[in-house]
Design a protein around this ligand. Structure first.
Ligand code: NAD
Length: 369
């Protein structure tokens, strides 16, 4: 089974100058390399530190600025915090609830059951909250069932608070699954059908990122990364589509990809994650075509850099990395999980009835520059 402690993403930059060499051989998942160096520095360092490989100065006679902001930098070290330091995602207050402003009825998810993988935390949890506010019942699926249970209760409590007097409360349930394991996926689907009777919509948000330079990437880690991000998406999509086909019911699936599936992030190296998210994007398009005749729509949301509780904690401690990222975003700031609430509701609802196979970028314009 996939260990939660290895499935958590966080971002940490360790100053290459002050980083003790011993870290490179610790059990932490590291990438190495110094920041932009001159070719002269490279030749000096080559004898001293073979771990300091860099893609920053490939041509010995190039001026230092050439390609400076468009290369990966192995000195950027991204690691997962230990379990006890993992920040929890607060439920959205104030912005997520129902309101009495007029809006199109097509956006409603009333009488629907939506399954959200990776819904115990981060983007998945906030998207689940959007679906609850839009009228859907929810099955949260996560490796961390305890957190999923706790958050399921909080979602209903928050809904009650924001909608006093409403008698019809959403049914929000929590379920364990390791999305990369077919048996575990099937067991979760059976449990959800027992509790809810049906599944109409799916959001696949379980996923994680990891940073090693490609040459150093441990093969078993790479397989696990693809197992969760790609196999996990595929297994849940096919299981839900099979159920919809048996019911002869329409459905909508939203796969959470990433802008990394369309561009190459800098400075942190993450080739397998980028390739995995490109696979998710094209899986959505391919399944959209395969299942179009069954009235099952499949779309992808590709978020840019989002400030979850986890990334916020890490970036607060590493303002340099945050500055690098935001300098590359046309709107000038990172997104928030709430920025996905409208996008996911739109793609699951009848408001997007004629949209399938699309990739909706929610990235502040990152990928258009
Ligand atoms: N946060 C961002 O900036 C960002 C940007 C683009 C894309 N994404 C993508 O959005 C998705 C959610 O990211 P997040 O930032 O909310 O991450 P997160 O780590 O906060 O939440 C991921 C959730 O998935 C669960 N999970 C992990 N492995 C699992 C497994 N094998 N089976 C079941 N559940 C599992 C975790 O327990 C966790 O609750 C991921 O697919 C990620 O790649 C995130």
């Amino acid at each position: 089974m996939f260990k939660p402690s290895l499935a958590r993403s966080a971002f940490r930059v360790i100053n290459p100058v002050s980083r003790p060499a011993v870290l490179a051989t610790s059990s932490r998942r590291l990438i190495s390399v110094t920041a932009a160096r001159s070719s002269k520095d490279d030749s000096n360092n080559n004898n001293n530190n073979n771990n300091n490989k860099s893609s920053l100065s490939p041509h010995p006679n190039s001026p230092e600025h050439e390609g400076q902001f468009a290369r990966t930098d192995e000195s950027v070290i991204i690691e997962y915090p230990p379990d006890h330091e993992m920040p929890r995602t607060p439920v959205v207050q104030g912005r997520g609830g129902m309101h009495f402003k007029r809006t199109l009825a097509q956006f409603s998810l009333e009488n629907k059951v939506s399954l959200v993988t990776g819904g115990a935390r981060g983007l998945g949890l906030v998207m689940a909250q959007a679906l609850v506010a839009s009228g859907s019942d929810i099955a949260i699926v996560d490796l961390n069932k305890e957190e999923a249970q706790d958050q399921a209760k909080k979602l209903v409590d928050q809904f009650k608070k924001e909608n006093p007097g409403l008698e019809d409360m959403p049914n929000v349930t929590a379920h364990y699954a390791d999305v990369s394991n077919p048996d575990s996926v099937n067991e979760a689907i059976a449990e959800i059908l027992e509790k809810h009777g049906k599944i109409d919509n799916l959001v696949t948000s379980a996923g994680f990122t990891e940073n090693f330079d490609a040459i150093s990437y441990p093969y078993d880690r790479m397989k696990k990364l693809w197992g969760v991000n790609v196999d996990g998406t595929y297994l849940f999509a096919t299981a839900v589509a099979k159920h919809l086909m048996e019911r002869k019911a329409p459905g909508s699936i939203v796969m959470i990809g990433s802008m990394s599936g369309a561009i190459v992030n800098v400075p942190q190296p993450q080739a397998p994650y980028n390739a995995a998210k490109a696979a998710v994007r094209h899986l959505a398009a391919s399944l959209a075509v395969e299942w179009a005749a069954n009235d099952i729509r499949v779309n992808c949301i590709s978020p840019g850099y989002m400030l979850t509780a986890l990334t916020r904690k890490i970036l607060d401690e590493n303002p340099d990395l945050k500055n690098k990222w935001t300098s590359l975003i046309p709107v000038g700031k990172m997104g928030t999980p709430e920025d996905l609430m409208g996008a996911v509701t739109f793609l699951l609802s009848d408001a997007s009835k004629y949209i399938t196979g699309a990739d909706l970028r929610v990235d502040g314009g990152y990928t258009v520059t």
